[in-house]
Write a protein that binds this ligand. Structure first.
Ligand code: GAF
Length: 385
């Protein structure tokens, strides 16, 4: 039923919960064009919302019960009580909606009980932010139903709190910002220090290109140690450099960084500092010449993540290298790393060739067959009915 029409979802909701819903809200997943692990360093990112979404069908209740059902898995209806939510209590997908309720409560917002049906066509564990899509759909619904009047910026911080303190993943604000603030045909140029956003046109088709996503099927979780250890290295690096965050360290400071920091911390810092520069250059290049000119920046970003930040993996490297060798004009892993997806900016005429070459290379290497599809920048979270 994944990716179902709203009318089918309403039928399913009514069959499960015995009443009509108050509405349907949807929020997209994202790809990040460039700017990786810069968000929690108060830096720059350039993601966009994709045309794959989580949908939540919700009905407000008159008690404190939350009843949750998804169209995937066979878990049936899972119940919780808004009065007894505690971080770490849920281990399945329900931690995302319950984390949002918990974060709203921490903010002093009174959240009533509700029934919720979730459907999503954002691939799970593919590094396309399927969990943030759920959280953003839920917070958008609850913001409407409680009339809390939260701004997009406030909802970004509350879903970050849900992720950090309820789910247990020490992530930044990029994914929620793309999901809540995305715009069709645009990438979201976000300054993570003050949450200011500039929308940058990104229309690959008009430039004769497609953006391919290559899902390596290597699953990852940001609650695992790798993400947290990279974040800790960045914080350590900034502190030794006497900066409040790596946002305040520039390329001109790298010689001094090399003297002060151990070799590993230096490479982590160099990735973030140079990645911030690449984001700025990508925005400038997109505005001046369009997507056909950003290939080298995507490639450089991947090399930096592979060699300096060390968050790639053999499957991501193979996807990127094969895509480049078979026609893509630029490619990089996207998202937190250690698995998930790569993106490959590819001339329309070479799309099939790249798909075939990557599929063949994965088979030859004995890797699980990758998922390959195109994405375009889509609108952010919205109420459908
Ligand atoms: C994940 C996190 F959720 C983001 O906040 C960001 O740090 C990203 O990894 C890396 O750029 O998607």
């Amino acid at each position: 039923m994944t990716g179902a029409q709203p009318s089918r979802l309403i039928e399913r909701f009514e069959a499960a919960f015995g009443a009509s819903p108050d509405g349907i809200w949807q929020a997209p997943g994202r790809v990040n064009l460039i700017g990786e692990h810069t968000d929690y360093n108060e830096g720059f990112v350039l993601p966009f919302a994709i045309d794959k979404t989580a949908k939540t069908v919700v009905r407000r209740r008159n008690d404190t019960m939350v009843r949750l059902l998804s169209t995937f898995g066979n878990q049936g209806v899972i119940e919780a009580d808004t009065r007894t939510l505690a971080p770490g209590a849920a281990s399945d997908w329900t931690k995302y909606p319950l984390g949002v309720v918990w974060a709203l409560q921490q903010q002093g917002i009174d959240v009533p009980g509700f029934d919720l049906l979730l459907d999503s066509d954002v691939p799970l564990g593919a590094g396309l932010s399927s969990s943030h899509a759920i959280e953003c759909a839920v917070i958008t619904a609850l913001n409407d139903l409680t009339e809390a009047g939260l701004t997009a910026e406030e909802m970004v911080l509350l879903t970050q709190r849900a992720e950090n303190d309820y789910v247990g993943a020490p992530t930044g604000i990029m994914d929620q910002s793309a999901s809540l603030r995305g715009s069709q045909g645009h990438a979201v140029f976000l300054d993570c220090r003050d949450q200011s956003v500039r929308l940058v046109p990104f229309q690959a088709r008009e430039a004769g290109l497609v953006l391919l996503v290559i899902d390596t099927k290597v699953e990852h979780s940001h609650a695992d140690g790798g993400y947290a250890s990279r974040r800790a290295a960045c914080e350590r690096g900034a502190e030794i450099m006497g900066a409040s965050s790596l946002r305040d360290v520039g390329t001109a400071d790298l010689d001094r960084a090399a003297e002060l920091l151990d070799a590993t911390t230096f490479r982590r810092v160099r990735h973030v500092v140079t990645e911030n520069e690449r984001v700025l250059q990508t925005v400038e290049t997109l505005n001046a010449g369009g997507p056909a000119h950003i290939g080298a920046l995507l490639d450089a970003s991947h090399v930096s993540m592979r060699d300096d930040f060390e968050i790639s993996c053999p499957e991501l490297d193979l996807a990127v290298d094969t895509a480049r060798a078979s026609g893509a004009i630029g490619a990089r892993m996207t998202g937190g790393g250690f698995g998930g997806s790569a993106i490959a900016l590819t001339p329309v005429g070479d799309e099939q060739q790249v798909r075939d070459a990557v599929t063949r290379a994965f088979a030859d290497a004995g890797f699980v067959s990758p998922g390959i599809f195109t994405v375009t920048p889509a609108a952010g979270a919205v109420r459908l009915s």
